[in-house]
Design a protein around this ligand. Structure first.
Ligand SMILES: [Zn+2]
Length: 316
């Protein structure tokens, strides 16, 4: 008799986008929707779950940018997504869909996704960084997700600098995130620096995206190349710190900015090689995520499968 496949909904709620997917217990995505997380986050979340849901599901897993209170099913603090702070996310979703709902930090669920069926499958110790609007992180130690906040993007790499939305000063994400790159591009263009970026977005420099910067850099635009190199050097400082602290087998880079590998990430690897302990640097593989922007939804759904397996251990 063939076994009946189980399905769960995985949600990845980040600073810019909301992704919701129906995922099988083997980690396969059956259907998915991506929207902006800019406005009316919670009603839009419920509506999107309704659109993706198809047939019976055994639960819903939610990965959210910020520090998560799993017990209360809420987000304490989310520097890039203030709209979700203090909302009873888990209780609200549970009330509407009447299935178990689990919550976790978004980078932690992406890490779980890569461990279960992505680039981290064969590593027992690795660090994952999500490089997007902000920078998040997760750590797999001895094969398990390390149960810590892992706000790796908020390690300070400059003691005397500008303030980060989290309250700290000189955080990695102030220098190496998409938000940082865009802020730098806008500031330089406002000063009158010549660049191809002036021509993009129908002349509205406030709509520049990291893709615009990367594409202009590939075409040889000096300002764009400099922005990516500078952000890459900052990322390299962060990588060196992570290598020295965790001595991981791998660092997996996920999120939209990991696509800018040839300039941004290469620069980061070069910088990390200058700073980290040589033996530790030589032992680490710095690689891209294989699930890419699907790591979050797959990992969030796997929270459900893991929790349900824990409460129904197989009979021996
Ligand atoms: Zn910070």
């Amino acid at each position: 008799m063939s076994r009946i496949m189980k399905y769960a909904i995985g949600i990845d709620l980040g600073g810019t986008s909301l992704r919701v997917a129906l995922v099988s217990e083997e980690g396969e995505i059956v259907r998915k929707i991506k929207k902006s997380s800019a406005e009316e986050v919670f009603p839009s979340l419920l509506e999107t779950i309704e659109e993706v849901k198809h047939g019976d599901i055994i639960g819903i897993g939610l990965g959210v940018a910020g520090i998560v209170d799993r017990g209360k099913g809420r987000v304490f603090s989310s520097p890039n997504l203030h709209a979700v702070e203090g909302i009873d996310l888990v209780a609200g979703i549970q009330r509407k869909f009447n299935v178990p709902v689990y919550i976790e930090n978004d980078a932690n669920v992406a890490t779980l996704g890569e461990k279960l069926c992505g680039a981290g499958k064969n590593f027992q110790n690795f660090v994952l960084l999500t490089l997007g609007t902000g920078i998040g992180g997760g750590v797999i130690y001895k094969g398990e997700l390390l149960d810590v906040s892992a706000e790796l993007g908020h390690m300070s790499i400059n003691a005397d600098a500008e303030k980060c939305p989290c309250g700290n000063i000189g955080c990695l994400e102030n220098y190496a995130s998409a938000r940082a790159m865009i802020a730098k591009a806008v500031a330089m263009l406002e000063k009158g620096t010549e660049s191809m970026l002036k021509e993009c977005c129908k002349g509205s420099i406030y709509k520049i995206t990291p893709e615009d910067i990367y594409n202009a850099a590939l075409e040889g635009d000096t300002l764009s190349r400099e922005i990516l190199r500078e952000a890459g050097r900052a990322l390299g400082v962060g990588l060196a710190n992570l290598i020295n602290i965790f001595s991981p087998e791998a660092i997996i880079l996920a999120g939209g900015l990991a696509g800018a590998w040839s300039i941004y990430v290469q620069e980061a690897i070069k910088e990390a090689s200058r700073r980290a302990f040589k033996d530790l640097f030589d032992a680490v593989k710095i690689i891209p995520s294989s699930l890419r922007d699907e790591a979050g939804v797959v990992g969030a759904a796997s929270l459900v499968f893991m929790e349900i397996a824990k409460s129904n251990p197989p009979r021996s």
